[in-house]
Design a protein around this ligand. Sequence first.
Ligand code: F0G
Length: 456
Amino acid sequence: MNTIIEPFRIKVVEPIRMTTPQEREQLLRDAGFNVFLLKADDVLIDLLTDSGTGAMSSEQWAGIMRGDESYAGARSFYHFQDRVRSLTGFDHVLPTHQGRASERILFELVGGKGKVVPNNAHFDTTRANVEHSGAEAVDLPIPEARDPRNRHPFKGNMNVGDLERLIQRVGADRIPLVMVTVTNNSGGGQPVSLANLREVRAVCEKYKLPFFLDACRFAENAFFIKRREPGQQDRSVPQIVRDMFALADGATISAKKDGLVNIGGLLLLRDEALFQQACSLLILTEGFVTYGGLAGRDLEAMAQGFEEVVHEDYLTYRIRSVEYLGEKLVAMGVPIIEPPGGHAVYMDAAALCPQIPPHEFPGQAVVCALYRMGGIRAVEIGSVMFGAHDKPGEPPPKRLELVRLAIPRRVYTQSHIDYVVEAIAALHSSRRELRGLRIIQEPPMLRHFTARFEEV
Ligand code: F0G
């Protein structure tokens, strides 16, 4: 059989609501042309994020009932800890309420003024937490990552030459750790190879620097390694996952992605002293070390999620469903970041709408058009998100103007994806009519969440 099917059947359904084009026009205007300000009930297919939006399995829901809500030493914590230890090989496992809570604790401990943190590409909360500590966040992608059409199999790799040059320039004593994000979200959901992780590890050893993973999408990354990296085809995904974590001295994880849960995160550490300090900070703001700001039932759901996410039939379906969307778009001539990522397809809005200059936000125009066409919600990753400090009147720095279609895990079926393809086909044929936007109201920080726009 060649058809790759959803490897599950549906036991509970949640209705989604169609709206008319007239209704959507009004809703979009009321939301100031910012889809973050829409009510989710007014969205038909929600591709805003793959984070916390997945469907849990019957075993995870059963775990929810089994959750032990004891304040300290809950059975659910030990179940969760055992599962994470066998998955990653890490002994010190701290639960947190989500990824950024782990980042906040880590960078409060190792960051600070004068420090420099390299990453293949920081996710925005990771960058914000590094910068909030007073440190500088530096992205070191490989050159292929800057070209949307380059089909490098591991476009998420870190530029190891640039890493070494950075260490020599600023001095190893100013670098508290080196981080690699798997898969690389800001760079198109692209994977990092085992070979690259080993090279980064070797540089870290040479300069005696700790090596950390931002491992939100570790299972998707491992599956790409199995598929694409020479010599890995006959190895199991759990073996590859163990290899990835074995190279690291620590990891921050948002379990809202490959933990297959709606809330939860982890901080993994090897160093005993750092672990003790992290425990103190965790207790200060998240909760006791055996629940970390979560309920016992959440720990059960995570333990089960980390079991299911490395199943190969699940990963085959997962990666294929994103690739399917990407292939359809490429076939109709829609420019995207190629190859499609693990959790999302990123449309290249600047190439799609060359008539809209960066300061009129081509990505935001495409996001609005997608909602108008089909009630689909995507997210702009371009000058709205990153251009708050661009000087008016001056040419903005060269950046990609992207629209991310993130696919929630186990939520939508192939016919939903076909519907999305149809809406994008309609958008593609009317792309020359799309108009840019201008901002009429914006907050001082993270403006993409709440800014209001009007059409030019
Ligand atoms: N690191 C990466 C690579 C992420 O993609 C995210 C979240 C985080 C850290 C932070 O985790 O949300 O649990 O605090 N990404 C989501 C997204 C929000 O839409 O890409 P969190």
